[in-house]
Design a protein around this ligand. Structure first.
Ligand code: BGC
Length: 755
């Protein structure tokens, strides 16, 4: 397409028209110029292509497709390649179905376990989320199909999601909420980005120039088009001006007319509209040029991939020598989910799966009996089902209970109100565990749950919402064909009240203040030294790993350099397994309040029994930095940083110190209100101010003549503290004879000049 030429030939009405959908899923055609429609479809863990009745809630049917594990599961793989293979499979399906952009991945941070859409999101940690999203994007786009990174920005709750205002300070936005998008945009260049429904600090995402243009395009280099979430447009003209290119779905011409009018009245420059239309055409052209009309995809192969993937994602949370089971064991599979697994969430990501593989079906060649145990449609104890399950449990060597959250407990569109599982399921687990000491619980849920029975069972396997092949994957793990290697991408708090957003989550009417700031997830629990049920990064294996020999290629570096750290990991157990090695960086004492340590790198390594491999990681400035409000940039303070190699955020195995020297001067400007302690601790300033301070101290020395040593020591301490935190000007109130305003102003001017 000669896009420039086409834009030149289009009428104002055609250009405005191109910037909104033709219907629910297509962009408009301009027949006279040969511009074809392009189709977009949901995403993110399967293709939801609707041919007939359309909706954005997953109500009407879509074509048959494979439902892969959802993001809450895939993030637990900590495996970039796995996400890329998921993306590539989706890309193949899109090529076969003529879909130009698949909507996702969704990279919003899990601020609270309550968010109804957590199952679609990756993590509480922005680095992990960005890495997973970036890998997903690379996979899809390797098939010349676009992605839409969503929901930009700060859409961390479903409650009033279309109008709520996420009020967040700049440092928190940069370090947590923007960072997840930033990493994915910079590393993987998504073809499109979808803006969210909500407001950010008072302005709707769909008309927020700061995020859609200043940061997304100008800072991060995004070069695709921005589309709205479905119905997220408030003021269309303001939206185009801010950088929202495509409105979805169709607004039936209403908003197009506003755009035409705004251009005619001179309120919107025609070049701005041209630019939006050109961006949309550019992506359509990228897709069309590489279109593979004969593409086919293999349903069975993708189903098998979904099974293999889930095997890498499920997290073994507890195992007191109960797993793996052996084929000859008599086992009772108990719980509705054993036969009818919950493997995906509700809403726009809902897939019409090609097939669903349950654990009961996958274990048909094992010695397993089945009992339903609980009802799924209502949280009420069914005594007959409960009794049947208890009897089944008594008969066998091991009971495996499949439990978790029913569809009604979590979904797009609303948030959970508590973190509990249905009472009928908790009762079942307690009842079975009371008669069967060998009890394992397999969980199907999109977000953490409380586990009041945790001490009464011997094993817990977190399957998350593991895609249509979840049953097969879980049987593979239960019986040891697959060695579990997932690690939690989020903390499981003991109870909801422990979560840092607990007091403010959901907000007041349409205002949600993110008052916990950067202390999201483990950043909070670690700072508070809090006990958690399972920490971020945690997960067991059927083997054990030892870490040794941590090294760094340098022990001192400038902040514009990089350091490579390496260590050896050895499989010290009896079976092959995979370990996720996590690198956390701990900053020295800082002038700002920082988390204790933060995840900065990770890798997954496969080892035969007895095998050792060396893994290495490159860390640059960003790994040591916080977002500096005055510099408006990332800043690594000079100091010694502790780099940990860890098996989870609470299982630190090896460490090394690296000194980082900042090459950036902070914009410190002193005045008469500056604190004396600050000035004295600044090497550029101390010498200049010292004579004045000495004079003051001399003239104001505390007497120590009463002989009460203890009292005077305390008095001295108090005096020192008073002095340290005293503004310079106060010298004049206490000892006017020592200096003058003029002299002080001159001293301050000299210091500032030197800076
Ligand atoms: C969701 C998006 C989805 C869109 C289209 C919206 O309700 O928030 O994630 O892509 O619908 O179905």
């Amino acid at each position: 397409m000669d896009i420039k030429k086409l834009i030149g030939e289009m009428t104002l009405e055609e250009k405005a028209g191109l910037c909104s959908g033709a219907d629910f899923w297509h962009t408009k055609t301009v027949e006279r110029l040969g511009i074809p429609a392009a189709m977009v479809s949901d995403g993110p863990h399967g293709l939801r292509k609707q041919d007939e009745k359309s909706d954005h809630l997953g109500v009407n049917d879509s074509i048959k497709a494979v439902c892969f594990p959802t993001a809450c599961a895939t993030a637990s793989s900590f495996d970039r390649e796995l996400l890329t293979s998921l993306g590539a499979a989706l890309g193949e399906e899109c090529q076969a179905e003529n879909v130009s952009v698949i909507l996702g991945p969704a990279v919003n941070i899990k601020r609270s376990p309550l968010c109804g859409r957590n199952f679609e999101y990756f993590s509480e940690d922005p680095y992990l989320a960005a890495q997973m999203a970036g890998s997903h994007i690379k996979g899809v786009q390797s098939k010349q199909v676009g992605t839409s990174l969503k929901h930009f920005l700060a859409n961390n709750q479903e409650h009033r999601r279309m109008t709520s205002d996420s009020v967040i300070d700049e440092r928190t936005l940069r370090e947590i909420y923007l960072a997840a998008f930033e990493g994915a945009v910079k590393s993987a260049k998504p073809w499109t980005v979808m803006c969210s429904y909500n407001k950010i600090n008072g302005t709707y995402a769909s008309e927020n120039r700061r995020y859609l243009t200043d940061i997304l395009r100008d800072e991060w280099g995004f070069d695709g088009y921005v589309m709205s979430d479905w119905g997220a447009v408030n003021d269309r003209v303001a939206g185009v001006q801010a950088g929202l290119d495509l409105e979805m779905p169709s607004s039936d011409g209403i908003n197009d007319a506003f755009l035409v009018e705004a251009v005619k009245e001179g309120k919107l420059k025609e070049e701005v509209l041209d630019q939006a239309a050109a961006r949309i055409l550019n992506i359509a052209d990228r897709y069309l040029k590489n279109r593979k009309p004969d593409a086919k995809w293999d349903k069975d192969a993708h189903h098998d991939l979904a099974r293999k993937m889930e095997g890498e994602c499920a997290v073994l949370l507890k195992n007191e020598e109960i797993l793996p089971l052996t084929d000859s064991d008599e086992v009772a599979f108990i719980g509705y989910f054993a036969d009818q697994p919950r493997y995906q969430g509700g809403g726009s990501s809902h897939i019409n799966s090609t097939r669903v593989e349950s654990a009961v079906e996958a274990a048909r060649d094992k010695r397993a009996i089945y009992a339903q145990g609980y009802e799924i449609d209502a949280d009420q104890i069914n005594s007959a089902l409960l009794e049947e399950a208890v009897e089944a449990a008594k008969k066998v060597k091991t009971a495996v209970i499949f439990a978790g959250l029913p569809d009604s407990f979590e979904s797009e569109g609303y948030d959970r109100t508590h973190m509990a599982m249905p009472e009928c399921q908790n009762t079942l687990i307690e009842a079975v565990a009371a008669v069967q000491p060998n009890t394992v619980v397999v969980l199907h849920n999109g977000s953490p749950v409380e586990m009041p029975w945790i001490d009464k069972v011997k094993g817990v396997l977190e399957a998350y919402l593991g895609g249509q092949a979840v049953g097969g994957a879980i049987v593979d793990i239960l019986y040891g064909q697959v060695n579990p290697s997932g690690k939690l991408a989020e903390t499981f708090p003991r109870k909801l009240e422990d979560n840092p957003s607990y007091l403010y989550y959901g907000g007041e009417k349409d205002v949600t203040e993110y008052r916990e700031g950067v202390f999201v997830g483990y950043r909070y629990y670690d700072k508070k030294h809090m006990e958690v049920l399972f920490p971020f990064g945690y997960g067991l294996s059927y083997t054990t790993f030892e870490y040794s020999n941590m090294k760094a290629d340098k022990l001192t570096m400038k902040d514009d350099d990089t350091v490579t750290v390496s260590l050896d990991v050895t499989n010290t157990g009896k079976v092959k397994g995979k370990e996720v090695v996590q690198i956390y960086v701990e900053a020295p004492e800082s002038q700002v309040i920082r988390p204790v340590r933060e995840l900065r790198e990770f890798t997954k390594v496969e080892l035969e029994p007895g095998e050792t491999k060396t893994v290495s990681f490159k860390l640059g400035k960003r790994a040591f930095s916080y977002y500096h409000m005055e510099l408006k940039d990332w800043f690594a303070e000079t100091g010694t940083y502790l780099i940990h190699a860890a098996s989870s955020s609470r299982d630190l195995r090896q460490k090394i110190n690296v000194k980082v020297e900042s090459t950036v001067k902070e914009p410190v400007v002193y005045n008469l209100n500056s604190i004396i302690g600050d000035i004295l601790s600044d090497p550029d300033a101390a010498d200049i101010i010292k004579p004045l301070i000495d004079r003051y101290k001399k003239g104001n020395a505390l007497g120590n003549s009463d002989g009460e040593a203890a009292k005077s020591a305390i008095t001295q301490q108090m005096d020192d503290a008073m002095f340290r935190y005293m503004p310079l000007r106060q010298i004049l109130s206490f000892a006017p004879q020592v200096s003058s305003v003029k002299e002080m102003q001159e001293l301050v001017a000299r210091i500032n000049e030197k800076k």
